[in-house]
Write a protein that binds this ligand. Structure first.
Ligand SMILES: C[S@@+](CC[C@H](N)C(=O)[O-])C[C@H]1O[C@@H](n2cnc3c(N)ncnc32)[C@H](O)[C@@H]1O
Length: 241
């Protein structure tokens, strides 16, 4: 992306409550499945605007949480949202490749593919406390992809099925504790606010670069609606062997 395209992308994406599919229930499921409570340390890797960071902070009232993202406007938004939780929740501009501590849980919704599943998990091994877990969500093919679903994932050629993700986990020396699929409503938590933002921009925007970014986002939303039953993220809970 050129700087102009990136700025136009942010014009559409800024201030969205989340930057990928997911719901508070996904966080609660993972915490329950791990049995996590008390004064634990949590790293939210690629937190964007902090949608899941808020849920983590609410669900774990004694936890110390560090959340990072490399996109400055997202971090500023997340910092404002997380301010009511005080010093125990830190949101910083930074890379998830540098966790900066050790954690009981590394939460990573829809961002691990920036590092690569095997590469990221390998990197995070030293950032996990004994008994620690990583919970991450990753695009997954539920079966053979239709034309619309293939077009939806065209910028993610490394898409694979659940067994393919598990093989990437295994290659990092981790085991899968459990998984669940994110399909349907949690995608609307991402796309409904984006659609509202596009609809609003149609009434005020005059910048051709933003018009192009709006068109690309609208195409993504339309393709999702056309193939929503076969477009999924897998949320996996994993731990070092
Ligand atoms: C698809 S979004 C998901 C964000 C968030 N977890 C959510 O569910 O709303 C991926 C995020 O990863 C961030 N990102 C990409 N590479 C990163 C890196 N190396 N370190 C931290 N964040 C990164 C992007 O800026 C973006 O906000």
């Amino acid at each position: 992306m050129t700087p102009e395209q990136w700025s136009a992308f942010l014009e559409v994406h800024k201030d969205l409550p989340r930057e990928g599919p997911g719901a508070p229930e996904d966080v609660h499921w993972a915490l329950g499945r791990i049995g996590m409570s008390g004064a634990v340390d949590v790293f939210d890797a690629g937190c964007a605007t902090g949608g899941d960071t808020v849920t983590l902070a609410q669900a774990l009232p004694e936890a110390r949480i560090r959340a990072v993202d490399t996109t400055e406007p997202f971090v500023a938004h997340a910092q404002a949202r997380l301010a009511p939780f005080g010093d125990r929740v830190r949101v910083e501009l930074g890379s998830m490749a540098e966790p900066g501590g050790t954690y009981d849980l590394i939460w990573c919704a829809g961002a691990l593919y920036f590092l690569g599943v095997t590469e990221g998990l390998t990197l995070w091994r030293d950032a996990l406390k004994p008994g620690g877990h990583v919970a991450f969500s990753e695009p997954v093919a539920l079966g053979p992809l239709s034309t619309d679903a293939t077009a939806f994932w065209e910028e993610y050629p490394q898409i694979t099925d659940l067994a393919g993700i598990e093989a990437r986990v295994s290659a990092a020396g981790y085991r899968v504790l459990d998984h669940r699929m994110i399909v349907g409503a949690p995608w609307l938590a991402y796309y409904d606010p984006m659609q509202a933002r596009i609809d609003h921009l149609h009434t005020i925007n005059t910048d051709p670069a933003v018009t192009e970014a709006m068109g690309a986002c609208q195409r993504e939303i339309d393709l999702w609606h056309a193939a929503k039953d076969e477009i999924a993220y897998a949320l996996l809970i994993v731990a070092p062997e």
